[in-house]
Design a protein around this ligand. Structure first.
Ligand SMILES: Cc1ncc(COP(=O)(O)O)c(C=O)c1O
Length: 420
């Protein structure tokens, strides 16, 4: 086993711009040779148990043979064709299947290539929904403290403007209305006051349902979403659920909207949509939104069309991923992971510097009072043979739903040891 950096990495790192990284001070990244199941195989021979499933995408584990086979078949016939004026079966099938999975009349699917773009499209749909009806001025979104919706400009603007990772851009981004989630009656009254004040400027409320992910893995109850639905209806606002993190089983149900029994007007999906194999996202709208774009006036069309939208390989991967959800007991696996996370992380509770331990579905969180040396912490996990990516004050696990019990135990044990 050699810990020497491979040549391709030394050469490449001189040119690669890394994500969310202060490249002057950060430790070098780990060179990955291959992935399989819940394992990351490094170039130097080390093998890490993966606790993150590549930013919550690889829900069936890496290199699932069924997804690989579907992509191989697709690449033989058509890796990609533009979607303007053309359509293909993998996209058509996927749109039908997503419509069947989602509740109510969420049946109109716009496919794009990343979560942030799906959020941009959702906001654009919401704003244009009003414009197409001749109602001007309803251009703002109401978003929440703790929110994270992506890294493109409209998505950044609905992230928490003070505590979020884009706070540096305050004043540059379009200003939106930011509120506390209405978690109790008092907050509900304050929330309604804000909505009433701004209603005639608002196009939509946007929320990550049940779990605010990158903003700190903060959970809220389903009743909060029912309140949002009621307020949106009362003030005639659209309600957008950003299920890019929560969708496809992560919280314990297939979608958070299903668990909350709320039908939003627009849903965004990505991350686990292709089982973590390829870039694909969807913005799914209810019939009334779709119909507001049908007109004899070409200006009423949605002027959006990313070059790689509905990429055939990605759609084939997504269809194969949905087949796996149908054929294999994913939600039961999530329930088992949930129990194991709760049990495995419980010893952290009450430890010095531990503020909270919480679990929802296949999301396990240990929140610290403070995190001083993030890089050192990441290094300690690597030494223990696990890949865990703490951020802010949060150490969390979002493993593949197919992870072996023993591997999951290694992950929780590593966290208990490191926290202790
Ligand atoms: C809730 C939510 N929305 C949007 C995004 C952005 O997705 P992407 O990174 O694919 O642009 C993320 C990514 O973490 C997310 O968690």
């Amino acid at each position: 086993m050699s810990k020497e950096q491979p040549d391709w990495m030394t050469q490449g790192l001189a040119h690669l711009w890394r994500p969310y990284t202060q490249m002057k001070t950060a430790a070098p990244p780990l060179a990955v040779a291959r992935t399989e199941g819940s394992r990351i195989y490094l170039e130097d021979g080390r093998v890490l148990i993966d606790g993150i499933a590549s930013w919550w995408t690889a829900c069936h584990g890496y290199n699932h043979p069924a997804i690989r086979a579907a992509v191989e078949v697709q690449i033989e016939t058509m890796p990609h064709v533009m979607f303007g004026g053309l359509v293909h079966r993998p996209a058509a099938d996927l749109a039908c299947r997503l419509s069947a999975f989602l509740p109510g009349d969420l049946q109109h699917v716009f496919l794009s290539d990343s979560g942030s773009v799906a959020v941009e499209v959702a906001i654009k749909m919401a704003v244009q929904y009003w414009l197409n009806q001749g109602i001007r001025g309803r251009t703002k979104c109401l978003a929440f403290k703790g929110a994270y919706h992506g890294d493109t400009f409209a998505a950044m603007a609905v992230c928490d403007p003070d505590e979020g990772m884009h706070a540096h851009f305050k004043g540059v981004l379009a200003e939106q209305i930011i509120a506390d989630l209405p978690e109790d009656d008092e907050k509900l009254a304050a929330f309604e006051t804000i909505v009433a004040l701004h209603a005639d400027r608002l196009a939509a409320i946007i929320v990550e349902p049940l779990v605010q992910g990158a903003g700190g893995m903060i959970f809220h109850e389903a009743h909060v979403l029912r309140r949002l639905r009621a307020i949106a209806d009362k003030y005639d606002l659209l309600l957008i659920f950003d299920e890019i993190f929560t969708g496809f089983g992560r919280t314990g149900s297939m979608f958070a909207c299903e668990e909350a029994q709320v039908v939003p007007d627009i849903v965004t999906l990505s991350k686990a949509l292709t089982g973590g194999t390829m870039a694909l996202a969807a913005t799914v709208a209810r019939r009334k939104i779709f119909e507001a774009f049908l007109s004899d006036d070409p200006v009423h069309a949605l002027m959006h069309g990313p070059t790689f939208m509905a990429n055939a390989l990605a759609c084939a991967a997504a269809n194969a991923s949905l087949d796996l959800f149908a054929a294999e007991p994913r939600l039961a696996q999530v329930a088992a992971i949930s129990r194991a996370l709760a049990q495995g992380l419980e010893p952290c509770r009450g430890r010095k510097n531990v503020r909270d331990v919480r679990v929802k579905g296949a999301i396990g969180v240990v929140e610290l009072d403070e995190m001083t040396d993030l890089d050192a912490l990441k290094g300690r996990f690597i030494e223990k043979g696990v890949f865990v990516r703490p951020f802010g004050r949060i150490i969390y696990l979002t493993p593949a739903f197919t992870i072996a019990e023993t591997d999951l135990a290694c992950l929780t044990e590593a966290i208990v040891k490191v926290v202790g």
